[in-house]
Every structure is written in structure tokens, then in C-alpha cells.
Design a protein around this ligand. Structure first.
Ligand SMILES: [Zn+2]
Length: 86
């Protein structure tokens, strides 16, 4: 089992993953709790991570990130229409 070492965790947490195409917020690894991703448990890459946030004049929206095995962003998508039902 591959466990991320401390150095890698720190690096990934402070890594700038992307800039939200809608509100231009800088998204860092810590914003999506990237260190909680366990590569050994991932069956298929890239994985999708949804990060909901609001920023300045932009109401809450969902940013979907497609992350590959090197923790790089392959693609991203923004959903402005959001309905969460629990
Ligand atoms: Zn945004």
C-alpha cells in the first residue's frame, strides 16, 4: 500500500491545483483535502473531486476537478446550478 509521506503531503496541500474558471479563486490541495485521497484505493484514474465554494460576488457553485495519478488536474468543470439533497 502506498502511503503519502509527510513531505509529499505538505507539498500537495500547498500545491496550486487550478484557478476556478468562474470566480478565479485559487484552489490549493488543502482546499479539497487532497491528502485524504489514497492512491492505493483508487480503481480508475482520473478521479473526480467536487469542490463547492462561493467567492466575492459569486454565489455557491461546484467545481469538478479531474485528478490523475500524479495529482495533476486533467480537466475541470463548473456547475452554477446546484441542488444538494440529503
Ligand atoms: Zn469558483
Amino acid at each position: 500500500m502506498i502511503k503519502l509521506d509527510k513531505k509529499t503531503q505538505t507539498f500537495l496541500s500547498s500545491k496550486l491545483l487550478c484557478i476556478c474558471p468562474l470566480c478565479k479563486k485559487y484552489i490549493y490541495g488543502k482546499d479539497i483535502e487532497i491528502v485524504k485521497i489514497e492512491p492505493s484505493k483508487v480503481k480508475r484514474w482520473p478521479i473526480t473531486v467536487v469542490h463547492c465554494h462561493s467567492n466575492k460576488n459569486y454565489p455557491i457553485h461546484a467545481l469538478t476537478l479531474y485528478i490523475d495519478a500524479n495529482f495533476s488536474i486533467r480537466s475541470r468543470d463548473v456547475s452554477q446550478y446546484l441542488k444538494i439533497q440529503t
